[in-house]
Design a protein around this ligand. Sequence first.
Ligand SMILES: Nc1ncnc2c1ncn2[C@@H]1O[C@H](COP(=O)(O)OP(=O)(O)OP(=O)(O)O)[C@@H](O)[C@H]1O
Ligand SMILES: [Mg+2]
Length: 225
Amino acid sequence: MIRLSEIERIFPVGGETVHALSDVNFTVSKGEYVAIMGPSGSGKSTLLNIIGLLDRPDKGVYSLEGLDTTELTDDQQASVRRNKIGFVFQFFHLIPRLSAAENVELPMILAGTDPAERKSRVLEALSSYGLSERMKHRPDQLSGGQRQRVAIARATIMRPDIVLADEPTGNLDRSSGTEVIQILENLNDNGITLMMVTHDPDLGKRASRRVRLVDGRISADTGSP
Ligand SMILES: Nc1ncnc2c1ncn2[C@@H]1O[C@H](COP(=O)(O)OP(=O)(O)OP(=O)(O)O)[C@@H](O)[C@H]1O
Ligand SMILES: [Mg+2]
């Protein structure tokens, strides 16, 4: 469903250029669980941002379910992203002034879902993650683990096919981290394609496939079907 061919991403910095990704070729099938690993600066976030349609490659083709995303306008990309992709970040990226419930509701407002359905889906999502007592709390009134569970509820409220997580436990203690991983793996058990950037070899081992980046190139791809 995800097919990257000859992807390059180049950032101009001062007079130089940084090759964040070079000649990346890679496909992911529906329902896979892929860990993206590699040293700091190797291009992991850049790769995830491209797959998540938050960024565009400078060269190459990224096709998603047969659709060449590089041909789409920004608005078209935003619509694909809203409907098919959920993103989870290390630093949560919740909107500080909105409550947990409002953060989770936001993607449905953007998608034009009707208000009654919005309310019931928010309630269902937050209670399934053990947050029904925290609906009205703002992010700064929640623990790290709770914030990440709100972020996952927001990322999945549109029932995406793909969840992309960039070091989702990087800012959590061990037990909250484990909870978050279990939620993500549970989504994958229910058929969602899961791609997760991690520095933690133990987390990497839990995935069915590990892709290693070094200097913007894929240096190893193990466990691929
Ligand atoms: N917006 C940008 N402008 C300039 N250079 C960038 C930009 N984003 C990333 N880079 C460079 O591209 C390379 C890859 O960055 P990226 O953030 O993808 O690495 P990473 O593997 O996610 O690292 P980390 O493990 O530290 O998060 C790095 O050398 C980085 O400095
Ligand atoms: Mg990164």
